[in-house]
Structures are given as C-alpha cells and as structure tokens.
Design a protein around this ligand. Sequence first.
Ligand SMILES: Cc1ncc(COP(=O)(O)O)c(C=O)c1O
Length: 376
Amino acid sequence: MKTIYLDNAATTPLLPEVLETMLPYMTEQFGNPSSQYSLGRQTRSAIEEARKNVAKLIHAHPGEIFFTSGGTESNNTAIKCSVRDLGVRRIITSPIEHHCVLHTVEDVEHQGVEVVYLPVDQEGKISLSSLRQLLSDTSKKTLVSLMHANNEIGTLIDLKQIGDLCKEFGALFHSDTVPTFGHLPLNVQEMQVDFLSAAGHKFHGPKGVGLLYVRKGIGIKSFMHGGGQERNFRAGTENVYGIVGFSKAASIAYQNIDNDILYTTKLKNYFIEKLRQIHPDIQFNGPTDENALYTILNVSFPKVGDAAMILFALDLEGICVSGGSACSSGANAGSHVIQALRKESDAVNIRFSFSKLNTIEELDIVINKLREKFVE
Ligand SMILES: Cc1ncc(COP(=O)(O)O)c(C=O)c1O
C-alpha cells in the first residue's frame, strides 16, 4: 500500500539532496568544530557557511543566527531570556500558540511575569486594535509573542504590521515562524522582529535542528552553559550534519518559492472544492483564502454516516492526516486551538497539510475515500 502523506505540518520528508549534503558530515567529516586541526576547521567552516546562507535567506546578519535543537528550544530561549536578561515583565500572546510557547509563558508567569492572551475570533484572527490598546500601556517592559501562521488552522498574522506596532510602543517582538520558515518569504529587517524561531523538519530538512534569530544588539546571555559554542550563547557540540541539512533544505525551499507556493495553493484549493461537493455541511476551521497558510487546511466533518471513523479509516488506507497538532495526532483530543475558536459543534476536525511533493492524483484518492464515509 502506497502511503499518502498529508501531514506536512507535523513534519516533512527529508529531500534526497538534503540527505546527500548531510552524509559526509556523518562519515568522513566527523571532526569536532571546536578542534583546532584541519578536520575540526572543516566542520567549523561548514557551520559558518550554513549560518551565512540562512542569514542571507531571511535578510539577517550571520551574527544574528543561533542554531538550536528545533522550534521548541528556540521559543523557550527567546521567551525565557527576554524575561531573565531584558527586564520583560509582561508578555502578550494568544491562546492558539503552540504548546512550547504557551507552557513557557505559563512557566514565567509563575515567576511574576504578567501574561495577557489576545482573544481570537472564530477564524483564529487577533485584533490589531486590541493589541494597540494593550501596547499603549508602557508601564511594564513587554514582549509580544505571536506565531506567524497557526500550525493547526493556518491563520496568518501580518508580521510587518505587528512589528511596526511593537516598535511604536517600545515592545519586543518574537514570532514563532516554525510553520512558515521555508514556505513564505521572510525579511527580518522589514518585519521588525526581534526574535524568530524555525525548525528544519518542517521544510524537508532534518529533525532536531532549528534556529533562533536574535536581532543585533538585543543582548541576551547564555541559555545553555558550558563550552563557547554558538558564540557562548548555546553550549554543546554542534549538530553539524543537522545544521548543514537545515541550510541546504532552506536553500532549496527558497530557490523556487513562488512556483512552489502556486503549485501547493492549487492543490489546497482543489481539495477544498472537492470537499465542498462531498457534503454541504463540511466546513473549515480558519480562513480558506490567503489569510491562511497555503499548506494547512483544517476541516470540520459533520458526524453523518460513518464520518466519526474518518481518521481511523484513512489510516487503514495508508493516508496520513492529523486530528490535531502532531502532539495529539491520531486522536481528535480536544485541541486547544479549536477550543479557542468557540464554535458550537461536535464535528470531527481533521487537519490536512500539503507540500510540493503531493499530487492531484493523491488528493483524488483521499477524496474518494472520504466520499465513501458520507454515504448515509
Ligand atoms: C508552530 C510550532 N512551533 C513550534 C514547534 C516545535 O518545533 P520542534 O518540533 O522543532 O521542537 C512546532 C512543531 O510542531 C510547531 O508546529
């Protein structure tokens, strides 16, 4: 049975070209980048090349890029260091952030930091005027932490608009760009972000590697203590092959980004249209237009026919989709994102997430399977 993978928001398959770039660093190029001899200097140089490359892709300076173990570590670092080192006493965030942001802000709340959750509407959108109103109170040093696109329903925010607002009121701005890095152009200069997080495995790179962009002059101190790696910021021998793979995957992602966006958007729109033809009560969580990331579609299936068994039935056919974010996938286990939308419904919510590797033929197979479940 051929697998049909429509869970690209959970993780993506590694591209063969990326693996090929990584392999030498798992075999003959094994030197510790901190070693002074040639074998070490070669891996050091590979890391610095990767840093330069990814910096360029997001219009950053190489000195502003820190490699980490992934999105979770990057988000934890940005938030915790802002509180510890930058005097942040208030965090403005939203109830639909990833748990690695929500649980981190809960943790700093126990240390006396005020946490304010911006309400979201039924499509997961925040209100800019509410944000402006909150920011106009400048009595406490504030960090705004908002994800670029929601990983369950796709809702996007305008980073530039929010970056400008934060600048206007002297607040720091962190964005979890894990779902969008490699999928949308990012320009840290224009967007005025102070911190930005990314993870390699979301754009056909390896797992266990990510980055944190930290705007020059922000002045946060070591997060991991030990050796002097990552310019004394994050100690520990570097994940050389991961970093090299991250950089290669990012290059490929941005090489043809306009075409890839067009192609994947077409897939998503085709799928939406076909779903609408299956049953009139099939609805969507989050916007279905350009206000949502083109890779993510969260569908609300009415409980008619055999619909309650959709996730199970698709799995039996080798079709991979998610009943929530990856941490609760496999079960439609009360997603905090869907709950925050406050919809009165007991529908079955399923996230389909696409990549440039998917095809119309695959979508047709999935649509046919779904149609079978709606025969009453
Ligand atoms: C929006 C978002 N942020 C952060 C993460 C965590 O990234 P990682 O798995 O690399 O730690 C994820 C992963 O699912 C995510 O979707």
